[in-house]
Ligand binder design. Structure first.
Ligand SMILES: Cc1ncc(COP(=O)(O)O)c(C=O)c1O
Length: 411
């Protein structure tokens, strides 16, 4: 008999990122960094190959009194000023008709994982995108949930047909829905849904809500790197159409927004038409927080609040050139991919571009072949992820053609 719980999955985590990152490092040491293309790292890096850490965020954090950092947060749900500012920051005045409340979480991961835990019972099914951040599946497993996936695309747009089909099947089985949409700047394809697509999704979820409660988990981890920051949040107005039996949990991560991946701060924003139902979810979230991580670092929360209010202009001025840098890197790769006839998923904005390789076995061989040519990427379901967030402009040039040439030798 094992020491661990009966439902535990004993298969070790297949680490698709860190192993490849270290292989790329080794290759750089042996063959010179200039000869290696390392498109593995999913954090924001500058043109000199260094991790970006915003001064407008960290200088103030570093200057904070030790006692401030040492202190517990004011509440298990997060500091009051942080909770308020998260709503301001995330919605920017949109989705006015919804009641909203915030639970501070350790990054976006905490928000997603606790949503799975709070919303569904064991053996129920969460609905995920087929091409997705790998942690969703792991979180489902750890919470003893089943997962079903919807196909992300039909040609170059969101696959509403598949989305509806999977939701309908799950709804018929369990009379309740928890569905994950990672948008805008989807990881790993860089797709962002149109307002029309959002409207159709919400009209459909409203229809589903006649059969049972519907929770939309909208993971917005990369929202602050979308191309047009003035309009990127307007889709939230579509949420105003929710019926009383639909709610959204918006998973927000300051890891990406403030380049503070290690600080472990984020939030779950609970929102819906019916204040009582939102409050009910909040109560269970608060208990989940208290029973797992207890509270979120006091100084991290307050530093986010300060940075995005008192220091807002400096912060936005520091962040903007990086949005433009990612855009530049991506547009080089995407336009060259088009010219080279290299198939990619429909990219619009964000940290990653993904090659379309639907046969996973072939994809594995292709990934290995790329490494033999000193090109390091990350395998995702049905694709090869190219992290333009960390790949210098110079290395973006010519990469698509190289990848296509290698692909052609394998056919
Ligand atoms: C799609 C997506 N959601 C959420 C997260 C959570 O990040 P963190 O827990 O660092 O905020 C990540 C991180 O890579 C991600 O890619």
């Amino acid at each position: 008999m094992s020491f661990v719980r009966k439902t535990a999955n004993l298969v070790p985590i297949a680490d698709t990122v860190f192993t490849i990152v270290s292989l790329a490092q080794k290759d750089k040491m042996e063959n010179g960094a200039e000869n290696v293309i390392d498109a593995t790292i999913g954090s924001l890096y500058d043109e000199t190959g260094n991790l970006v850490a915003y001064q407008s965020f960290f200088e103030h954090y570093n200057a904070m009194d030790n006692k401030y950092k040492a202190k517990y947060a004011a509440s298990f749900t997060g500091n009051e000023s942080f909770r308020k500012q998260v709503i301001n920051w995330v919605f920017d005045g949109h989705a006015k008709e919804l009641n909203k409340t915030v639970i501070a979480t350790p990054g976006g991961s905490g928000a997603v994982s606790s949503t799975f835990n709070v919303i569904l019972d064991q053996n129920e099914t969460v609905i995920l995108p087929e091409i997705a951040w790998g942690s969703y599946q792991l979180m489902a497993q750890q919470n003893c949930l089943k997962a079903r996936t919807y196909t992300m695309f039909e040609e170059d747009h969101f696959n509403l047909t598949s989305f509806k089909q999977v939701c309908t099947e799950v709804l018929n089985e369990q009379k309740k829905l928890l569905v994950v949409i990672n948008d805008p700047c989807h990881n790993p394809t860089g797709y962002s849904m149109t307002h029309q697509e959002w409207n159709e999704v919400i009209a459909f979820l409203n229809e589903c809500s006649k059969t049972g409660p519907v929770v939309l988990l909208n993971d917005i981890a990369y929202i602050d790197y979308g191309t047009n920051q003035d309009t990127i949040r307007t889709y939230f107005n579509c949420f105003n159409q929710f019926t009383d039996n639909v709610m959204a949990i918006v998973a927000f991560s300051i890891s990406k927004t403030c380049t503070s991946y290690g600080l472990r701060c984020g939030a779950a924003v609970l929102c819906g038409k019916d204040a009582k139902k939102v409050r009910e979810v909040e109560i269970v979230f608060e208990k989940a927080a208290r029973a797992t991580w207890s509270n979120i670092p006091n100084a991290a929360m307050d530093n986010f609040t300060w940075t995005t209010t008192e220091n807002l202009d400096n912060f936005l001025n520091e962040k903007k050139p990086y949005i433009e840098l990612i855009e530049k890197r991506a547009s080089i790769f995407v336009s060259e991919a088009e010219k080279a006839n290299l198939d990619i998923y429909p990219y619009k904005e964000g940290f990653f571009v993904t090659l379309k390789v639907e046969d996973n076995q072939f994809k594995q061989r292709y990934h290995e072949e790329l490494m033999k040519h000193h090109i390091y990427t990350v395998q995702v379901n049905k694709g090869i992820r190219v992290a333009v967030c960390s790949l210098p402009v110079e290395k973006c040039y010519g990469l698509a053609q190289k990848m296509k040439d290698i692909l052609d030798t394998m056919k």
